[in-house]
Design a protein around this ligand. Structure first.
Ligand code: HSE
Length: 316
């Protein structure tokens, strides 16, 4: 039986891949975020969705990422209780900012507290990743790992999960541009279907070099190196056609002072990394907006920073 009858959890938006780290790199963002309240009920799982980003979020627990995670945990620990999961959705779905991962991570983390399950962070990632099947058709864990740990993560291994967690440099800033494109149902699944099945050795060498450099960039707090390493020879070239303005946004953000630009997760949002000490966020945001505009697409832009992982806000 639960030790707590209610928990309230914050779970952040996340950006995945950061260029060369497909399914391996993730970073939590300070803004936006989901707030999830889990309350004990008599039986069954009920999902309620509120908030500015609630559009398009299913409330059927078997289709909702939070519901899928809750079902897995209740089953694995033979917990015979019902739950009401209220999701105040801040992370819009379908834009590449880890919307499904935020709710999934919040539920895994929240239930761990509620039932005192003593799950390790790796186990929380394993449960949260189950939720990604509901939205992406595959248990990719880059977004959920970043949502659980916060800051920057490297998934060293999927089986078993081994995750390396690194703090982001304090002056690292993230400019985000979200193009206004027609909603693409099952977007991540589709964006994965266009990827090559085989990769040539020269592309492998390119990506290993850049990914290793990015890890060193985070380990040493070198924002210029992090940005320069944000380049991918495999996944972005295959997905670029899905993002009108991709090349413009990249070129213009780099010219405006960004150190690196990448597709955020499966897109279509793009992120640009800056050092606050040497570049103005507003200049880079404007360049990204104009980059999309030159391709005939309007975009919402905002500035954020690397942020903390899931956090318990209330418990009773
Ligand atoms: N690594 C995943 C992908 C992230 O690029 O498909 C999806 O958010």
């Amino acid at each position: 039986m639960p030790l707590l009858s209610k928990v309230v959890v914050m779970a952040p938006a996340t950006t995945a891949n950061l260029g060369p780290g497909f399914d391996v790199f993730g970073m939590a963002l300070e803004y936006p975020y989901d707030k999830v309240t889990i309350t004990k009920a008599d039986d069954g799982i009920k999902i309620e969705v509120y908030g500015t980003a609630k559009e398009g979020i299913p409330t059927d627990p078997s289709k909702n990422t939070a519901g899928v995670v809750a079902e897995h945990i209740l089953k694995e620990f033979s917990l015979k209780v019902g739950l009401v999961i209220k999701i105040e959705k801040g992370v819009r779905p379908g834009i590449g900012l880890g919307s499904s991962a935020a709710s999934a991570a919040a539920v895994a983390f929240g239930l761990n507290h509620m039932f005192d399950l003593k799950l390790s962070y790796e186990q929380l990632v394993r449960f949260s990743a189950k939720g990604e099947i509901a939205s992406a058709g595959f248990e990719h864990a880059d977004n959920v790992s970043a949502a659980i740990y916060g800051d920057f993560v490297i998934i060293k291994s999927y089986n078993p999960f081994e995750i390396i967690h690194l703090k982001a440099p304090p002056s690292l800033g993230v400019c985000v541009a979200v193009p206004k494109l027609p909603a693409l149902p099952k977007k991540t699944e589709k964006a994965r279907a266009v990827l090559p099945k085989m990769v040539s050795m020269d592309k492998l060498t390119y990506n290993v070099g850049h990914a290793a450099s990015m890890a060193v960039g985070f380990a040493t707090g070198n924002i210029k190196l992090i940005g320069n390493a944000m380049s991918d020879a495999v996944v972005e070239p295959a997905r670029a056609f899905m993002i009108p303005g991709y090349n413009n946004v990249k070129d213009m953000a780099l010219k405006a002072g960004a150190y690196g630009v990448a597709i955020s997760g499966a897109g279509p949002s793009m992120i640009a990394v800056i050092d606050e000490n040497s570049s103005a966020p507003s200049k880079v945001l404007k360049a990204m907006e104009e980059g999309f505009k030159a391709a005939g697409v309007s975009a919402e832009v905002f500035y954020t920073k690397p942020g903390k992982g899931v956090t318990l806000l209330e418990a009773e």
